[in-house]
Design a protein around this ligand. Structure first.
Ligand SMILES: Nc1ncnc2c1ncn2[C@@H]1O[C@H](COP(=O)(O)OP(=O)(O)OP(=O)(O)O)[C@@H](O)[C@H]1O
Length: 458
């Protein structure tokens, strides 16, 4: 039987107070054992609005922005009103065509500060619309008559990169029946996996105005001196805590930030739903000159890091009955579309030649639900095309179950997802937050959001 957790205050340890700020590594998140982990999960049966406008945490020198922003909040009720005078008319028309009319709480707080030219740390719930906020800043800054890279968005995974590129291109297109007379904004996706040769020629011939890149591809292009960032006006690092906590990406991102430090004329934006030890991070940004001294930390609704509409449950079962337990749970929930998260196989287990849990689980689900649902797979070892196919299948209509590692947990917007199952418990509370955040996105009715964990006992 799956059990709903009693409603109590959510206390995810996303930040730890410490007097020894210098000694702490950035984004070191305490690992929790499963018992601790379950203790901090919560359930919210009552449906509440997304969040009320929370406090704006700004550095002392930027309190005027907090005041300006608060005054603006009271007046502006549409994205058009907030963006007026900053974002070109044809982009505003596109926004409305797509259906982005009313700002989210997060956008309401962030956009005035972003347009003021401040460096920012956007720290807000999963699904709160951070992508649109920084893209609107980019469109306000870009000169489409100039053929040079003016905005760079760094992402941790190809999947997130593809998604950000798609939204950026949607906004760049001309509105229906309107010829803006403007040169269209060009966007290049530099996401590892093939095609980099073609991108090199493109970069040399006519540089795009926006580049969306994974850290590895970006470094490759910079090393080959084909990517020139001298005209860069906006630098965005999305899912910044993930990049900093990835051993493969951290040294490159540090080098990049130091190379293009706040001494340059551009605006720097960091975004994530989780910034552990955020005070320490803000301090490091200033000290390392990754941002200017008046960087603004926009922390929306800090007491509620997850959308309140998500219900959380757990199920305890014997280790050798985990597969059957999940099948039973899926049968009783009958989710329209779900993601089942499995932890990545350890190097030790790979070397020992063990069969991956994800492979076993995929086979079990194929056998049990293959006839009525599409069963899809997303994991690191798949090639670029396979991964892209899985995500696009997931976005098509129809029932489906996606079995995935944490690669699908960061930033990927799958609004049709109604249920999340943690077949393996996430390693940390931050992993939990991002997995759970794949549901609770804005387009679905909140009542259908569920996150379930299976906790096995020996
Ligand atoms: N103003 C808006 N009105 C309606 N929908 C919006 C608005 N802004 C964003 N959205 C939609 O909300 C969903 C979540 O947005 P987005 O992916 O930017 O969230 P996020 O804050 O980056 O989340 P995460 O932390 O999970 O990456 C997307 O489907 C997006 O299209």
């Amino acid at each position: 039987m799956a059990t709903s957790l009693p409603p109590h205050q959510l206390c995810l340890p996303v930040s730890f107070a410490s007097n020894r700020r210098q000694a702490l590594p950035l984004f070191a998140v305490k690992n929790l054992n499963p018992e601790q982990f379950l203790a901090i999960s919560y359930a919210s049966e009552s449906l509440r609005p997304l969040s009320s406008v929370g406090p704006l945490h700004a550095s002392p020198s930027s309190s005027s922005f907090a005041e300006a922003s608060n005054a603006q909040l009271q007046r502006a009720s549409t994205l058009r009103e907030i963006c007026h005078g900053h974002v070109p008319e044809h982009v505003l028309r596109r926004l409305e065509e797509i259906g982005f009319v009313t700002p989210t709480d997060m956008q309401l707080q962030a956009l005035p500060v972003l347009f003021s030219g401040c460096d920012c740390i956007l720290h807000a719930q999963t699904g709160s619309g951070k992508t649109l906020a920084y893209l609107l800043l980019i469109y306000s800054a870009i000169n489409t008559q100039r053929s040079a890279v003016q905005a760079l968005i760094v992402v941790p995974t190809r999947e997130l990169g593809m998604q950000v590129t798609k939204v950026a291109r949607m906004l760049a297109a001309n509105p229906v029946d309107v010829d803006s007379g403007q040169k269209t904004c060009t966007i290049m996706a530099l996401l590892d996996g093939g095609m980099l040769k073609r991108h090199r020629s493109w970069l040399k011939a006519e540089p795009p105005m926006i580049v969306v890149a994974t850290v590895a591809s970006l470094c490759q292009m910079l090393q080959k001196h084909v990517l020139n960032l001298e005209a860069m006006k906006v630098l965005v690092v999305d899912e910044v805590d993930f990049i900093f906590s990835s051993s493969k990406q951290v040294s490159s991102i540090r080098k990049l930030l130091t190379m293009y430090s706040s001494s340059s004329a551009h605006q720097t934006i960091f975004a994530s739903a989780s910034i552990p030890q955020h005070r320490h991070f803000v301090h490091a940004c200033i000290q390392q000159k990754w941002t200017k001294n008046d960087v603004v930390h926009i922390h929306v609704n800090p007491v509620e890091p997850m959308p309140a509409c998500i219900r959380h449950r757990y199920m305890i079962c014997l280790r050798n009955q985990r597969y059957q337990a999940l099948v039973s749970l899926l049968q009783s929930d009958a989710p329209e579309s779900a993601i089942i998260f499995v932890n990545e196989q350890s190097e030790k287990s790979k070397k020992a030649g063990n069969i991956q849990t994800i492979t076993l689980l995929f086979d079990v689900l194929k056998k049990s639900f293959g006839e009525c649902s599409e069963i899809l797979l997303l994991e690191e070892d798949m090639n670029f095309n396979q991964r892209a196919t899985s995500l696009s299948e997931m976005r098509k209509k129809g029932p489906h179950l996606l079995v995935a590692t944490d690669i699908a947990a960061r930033g990927v917007d799958l609004p049709e997802t109604t249920h999340i199952y943690n077949f393996d418990l996430p390693k940390t509370a931050v992993h939990y937050l991002h997995r759970a955040g794949r549901t609770g996105q804005m387009k679905k009715e909140p009542a259908s959001k569920n996150v379930s964990q299976l906790k096995d006992v020996h």
